[in-house]
Design a protein around this ligand. Structure first.
Ligand SMILES: Cc1cc2nc3c(=O)[nH]c(=O)nc-3n(C[C@H](O)[C@H](O)[C@H](O)COP(=O)(O)OP(=O)(O)OC[C@H]3O[C@@H](n4cnc5c(N)ncnc54)[C@H](O)[C@@H]3O)c2cc1C
Length: 504
């Protein structure tokens, strides 16, 4: 089998067209083929850029193209280790899967609930405006990734990428993620995938839901389960707690875990009509049934700050992803079909550690808290503004053709009142520059929702070259360690840490 890259395929393709294009490129007869990679190339005419695995008549004529699949991930065997993982997000789940492959029986403790319980709490937030600080859009089975777009893109070229994609497919994700250039699972499918993963982990180890880590005493953790305190002994502990639980970070810091301040980012969510984004990106091809919903990723470097778009969710909604009462945090979520009216993306400005008010390692959390509290309105209504009004330093008085999708209601406010001044002014400087890259981005009716403050962790848990913390039997994995961000990167980090534990 050979691998043929960089074939430009028209949008209205069929097998015969593809076969002819491959034959033209390799000048040989194609027996059969399957898609290896597929992405949209919209730089000139809009086409697909595709790679194929091909069976050809004369394979030996194409020696330099012969396909050598990467070695699958091999996990060494291990015995007699009690490993406890705190958190069932991507880092915790993938750590557990690797430990199981090694023959171990990992235990996960998770402060949130399984999907059924989590859905009830999310519904209670959406319908009755009651936030459960332990079970919400960020806490519970699957972690912060469950109510998300499930984008699996990562900047890291890791040997574990294909294992992660194949594992998601094994547990129920659509196989198209194996070849799509911008793979995404969608929240509807993710809920089933993480439930299947949890069932599998429970066959080999155990997940304790509604168990919040509240203390560590030597090689014992103490978890709060409703009103009870429950102990678990361990040989190795993997903290996969994400970047949200300030209370847990505080406890860990007081227990002597070394941490350092880390920069993060803050800004707003911006919503456009998805139709507009499709038109900007695909021009006359917008709406073509074979094209995915269009996406974008932009950055500008100003004199003082960097401004960039992040976590763009085509055809999705802005969701309330706070974990504490009287705060507002927003993020974005889509279903597999990305079929809703608006696109949304984070519009972020870098926050430096010099912006924090003290040298305390946890000062980034205080900075974050301050603005998440300023963004709060009665009953979790979000502050929103039309883009034109934001750029003119005023509160909006009406919405235009873009309707805010944030589900808990909104109030019109001058967003300068809940953002650091440097964030507000950098956004105002950057938006016209983004419009030069994507003409039409500066839609006066685009909606800004405040605030977006959880794109990464404001603290890093110090790890040595063996990836262990200053406490020899405690590891920190995933986004909360400060070394990873996003679903795939956190899963990669979880795998790396599990392998280190196995090799101890
Ligand atoms: C709405 C939303 C949309 C997103 N969309 C995307 C996307 O499309 N693509 C992408 O790559 N990334 C996305 N992200 C980011 C992504 O979800 C995170 O980067 C990823 O989930 C981090 O994985 P993690 O396992 O390190 O931590 P998390 O997923 O945050 O999981 C940590 C878990 O630890 C648990 N926990 C915390 N403290 C304790 C404690 N004391 N005791 C017990 N359990 C505890 C939490 O309940 C949580 O379940 C999104 C995030 C959000 C909020």
């Amino acid at each position: 089998m050979i691998k043929v890259d960089n074939i430009k395929v028209p949008l209205d393709y069929n097998d015969e067209i593809i076969k002819n294009l491959i034959e033209k490129k390799i000048k040989d007869k194609v027996i059969d083929f399957k898609i290896f990679k597929k992405s949209v190339d919209a730089r000139f005419d809009v086409v697909f850029n595709m790679s194929f695995l091909v069976n050809v008549k004369n394979e030996l004529r194409h020696k330099d193209l012969i396909y050598a699949p990467k070695n699958p991930l091999t996990v060494p065997k291990s015995t007699n280790k009690e490993v406890i993982i705190v958190g069932s997000g991507p880092a915790g789940l993938f750590s557990a899967l690797i430990l199981i492959e090694a023959g171990l029986k990992p235990i996960i403790v998770e402060r949130g609930k399984d999907i059924k319980g989590r859905e009830e709490d999310v519904a209670n937030l959406l319908e009755n405006k009651v936030l459960n600080p332990n079970s919400n859009f960020v806490y519970g089975l699957g972690g912060a990734g469950t109510y998300s777009d499930g984008k699996l893109t990562t900047n890291i070229n890791s040997e574990y990428n294909s294992y992660i994609l194949e594992t998601f497919v094994k547990f129920g994700a659509d196989p198209d993620i194996l070849y799509e250039g911008l793979p995404h699972i969608g929240t509807d499918v993710l809920k089933k995938v993480v439930t299947n993963m949890a069932n599998y982990i429970n066959e080999h180890g155990h997940i304790y839901f509604e168990h919040e880590l509240v203390d560590i005493i030597d090689k014992k953790i103490v978890c709060k389960n409703n009103d009870k305190l429950i102990d678990f002994n361990f040989d190795y502990l993997i903290l996969a707690i994400g970047h949200s639980p300030k209370d847990t970070f505080k406890m860990l810091y007081e227990k002597g875990l070394f941490m350092e301040q880390k920069p993060f980012s803050m800004g707003v969510r911006i919503e456009h009509k998805q139709e507009l984004i499709d038109k900007i990106q695909y021009k006359k091809y917008a709406g073509h049934p074979n094209l995915p919903k269009a996406t974008y990723k932009m950055a500008v470097h100003l004199d003082s700050r960097d401004v960039y778009t992040f976590c763009m969710c085509p055809g999705g909604i802005v969701v309330p992803s706070m974990d504490s009462n009287n705060t507002i945090v927003t993020n974005g979520m889509s279903y597999k079909n990305r079929g809703l009216e608006n696109s949304n993306a984070a519009l972020l400005v870098n926050v430096n550690t010099t912006d924090y008010e003290s040298n305390n390692p946890l000062a980034g959390f205080d900075f974050r808290d301050k603005y998440e509290s300023l963004a709060y309105n009665d009953m979790y209504k979000a502050n929103i503004a039309r883009l034109e009004d934001f750029l003119n330093n005023r509160a909006s008085s009406k919405i235009g053709h873009v309707k805010p999708s944030y589900p808990l209601g909104y109030t019109f406010k001058n967003l300068d009142s809940c953002l650091p001044t440097f964030v507000s002014s950098a956004l105002k400087e950057a938006i016209p520059l983004f419009d030069k890259k994507m003409l039409g981005f500066n839609d006066p009716d685009a909606i800004l929702t405040a605030i977006e403050s959880r794109s990464s962790c404001p603290v890093r848990i110090t790890r040595n070259e063996e990836l262990v913390t200053n406490i020899d039997y405690i590891y920190a994995a995933g986004e909360g360690s400060g070394y990873a961000g996003g679903i795939t990167t956190s899963a990669i980090d979880g795998i790396k840490i599990a392998l280190k534990v196995i090799n101890r």
